[in-house]
Design a protein around this ligand. Structure first.
Ligand SMILES: CC(C)(COP(=O)(O)OP(=O)(O)OC[C@H]1O[C@@H](n2cnc3c(N)ncnc32)[C@H](O)[C@@H]1OP(=O)(O)O)[C@@H](O)C(=O)NCCC(=O)NCCS
Length: 359
């Protein structure tokens, strides 16, 4: 049975830097509040109409393809993780295939909807397709554009100050050498918490779950459409429902529990212990969460890679961006035991333990 190994990696963030001070011009917030609670100093936003989730993914992908030294026509599968696709449908995977100019290859393109755990889910999925012998060269991407969908008034400040735009990509290839491969993966979810971090409108639910689970403050006046007609309506805009919703403390509490749990589970599956770990690349949701996890697991500062200070939370893109930067900075070296771990909306969480096989 083949193993899978990352043979190429790349990332791309838009040029437009938005500092905490910039945000104070449009909402009541402060650099101090944002830094203290999240560690974030600045983030990147796209230029509207010129960049999209798919174009960021394209930039990251061509770097990963060049880094792997393969022809883009040799890619036999695309797995694209995002919660901010350019179209509601079709998915971002097919748009990326078209931008790469490889639509004629007719390879499959799969979108993964697991939010902040998206890249871990995507890599785990790709790993299985390689192990089964179905595919040999898979492009795995995480990309997000949050800046066009946030509430930039004071009402939305608890969410909008956190998120940023960006993309990261890897090429995953089949190998016989376990010494450079993914060693173990884990994925989990608990839908009990679905609405704690969510974007519910527009949507097909028509208020059903809001009534069923007595979720307060999120109902909408649908009017009385005779046939359908409630996926999206003017009242959703008028009642300020078309923005992400986050119960920060609920997310924080669960995240600091689940990160160590899933990292330990996956290390154990790989036959490793915490002392074997060279570098932890956690999802970049909040610097305080990552510091808490490091402390719980007794990891040194130089065993955990963080770049949330510069990019904010880029959801499915955060892990491949961080892994790519860590490699560029020489902090992830050939032979290192690397752990990728994520937690996010759903709630979903997961981890990947791998032996880094690139220079
Ligand atoms: C979002 C988060 C930073 C908020 O920190 P917190 O300590 O929980 O803050 P709270 O939401 O309790 O709000 C505390 C106060 O700050 C205010 N506040 C919220 N956002 C603010 C902002 N951007 N600037 C200034 N004040 C803000 C609140 O209105 C509240 O004011 P009040 O006490 O007068 O009511 C924190 O909960 C968090 O990081 N959670 C995890 C989120 C996460 O990881 N999300 C992504 C998951 S993948």
């Amino acid at each position: 049975m083949p193993y899978s190994t990352i043979t190429g990696i790349g990332h791309y963030v838009p040029k437009n830097v938005v500092t905490n001070h910039d945000l104070t011009k449009v909402m009541e917030t402060s650099d101090e509040w944002i830094r203290e609670r999240t560690g974030i100093e600045e983030r990147r936003y796209i230029t509207k109409g010129k960049e999209t989730t798919t174009t960021l993914a394209y930039e990251a992908s061509i770097k990963a393809i060049a880094d792997a030294g393969i022809d883009k026509e040799d890619i036999d599968f695309i797995v694209f993780a995002t919660l901010s696709p350019d179209y509601y449908f079709p998915g971002a995977g097919v748009l990326l295939q078209r931008e790469l100019g490889i639509a004629k290859t007719e390879i499959a393109a799969l979108d993964i909807r697991a939010q902040c755990s998206g890249f871990v889910y995507a890599l785990t999925t790709a790993d299985q397709f390689i192990k089964s012998g179905t595919y040999k060269k898979i492009l795995v991407v995480g990309a997000e554009v949050h800046s066009v969908g946030l509430d930039f008034t004071t009402r939305g400040r608890n969410v909008s100050v956190i998120f940023g735009d960006g993309a990261g990509a890897v090429i995953l290839e089949a190998t016989e050498d376990k010494g450079v491969a993914i060693q173990a993966t884990s994925m989990h979810s608990d839908g009990t918490y679905a609405e704690k971090l969510s974007y519910m409108y527009p949507g097909a639910h028509g208020g059903y779950f809001i009534e069923k689970y007595a979720i307060e403050g999120f109902d909408v006046d649908y009017g009385d459409p005779e046939f359908g007609g409630y996926f999206f309506n003017q009242n959703m805009i008028d009642q300020n429902r078309v923005y992400p919703h986050m119960e920060g403390q609920a997310v924080f509490k669960m995240a600091v529990r689940k990160f160590p749990e899933v990292i330990m589970e996956t290390l154990t599956k790989a036959g490793m212990e915490v002392s074997d770990l060279d570098m932890l690349i956690p999802h970049q949701a909040n610097l305080r969460i990552n510091q808490f996890v490091a402390k719980t697991m007794r990891l040194n500062e130089d065993q955990v890679y963080n770049n949330i200070m510069r990019y904010g939370n880029t959801t499915a893109a955060s892990i491949p961006i961080a892994l790519s930067e860590a490699r560029d900075e020489g902090k992830v070296k050939k032979g290192d035991n690397v752990v990728l771990a994520a937690f996010g909306a759903g709630f979903t969480w997961g981890a990947v333990v791998l032996k880094w096989g690139r220079d």
